[in-house]
Design a protein around this ligand. Sequence first.
Ligand code: AMP
Length: 121
Amino acid sequence: MIYDENNIFAKILIGEIPCKKIYEDDYVLSFYDINPQKKIHALVIPKGKYIDLDDFSEKASSEEMVGLLKGINKVAKKLGISVDTGKGYRALANISEHGGQEVPHLHFHLFGGEKVGKMVE
Ligand code: AMP
């Protein structure tokens, strides 16, 4: 599969579409989900052009991998939902068709601020 340069997160990354930014560094951008499913619903995306977690795992550099994981932790701390700043959260990545992925740029959902409930409906 080829990365779709016109996907909505690619447009957010280049500033063509606005977002409610939470955090940004060399490796990630984080912003609030436009249609929150829980009290806190953030998205964390890598700056590199990766379709999904499989694509990222195969092609990303070690630095990018560390950057993404550290980014998730930094966002969770900033939002007060990490283990040390809050009561925890769920990090979730949907992958392709059976995973229910709608936007073809890798993203982690961070759900928190309340109990997030059953893992799979
Ligand atoms: P997924 O189904 O895992 O691909 O999730 C895509 C997520 O992106 C959904 O939760 C949408 O609500 C969210 N979303 C779509 N467009 C935007 C946008 N412009 N800004 C923020 N979140 C968005």
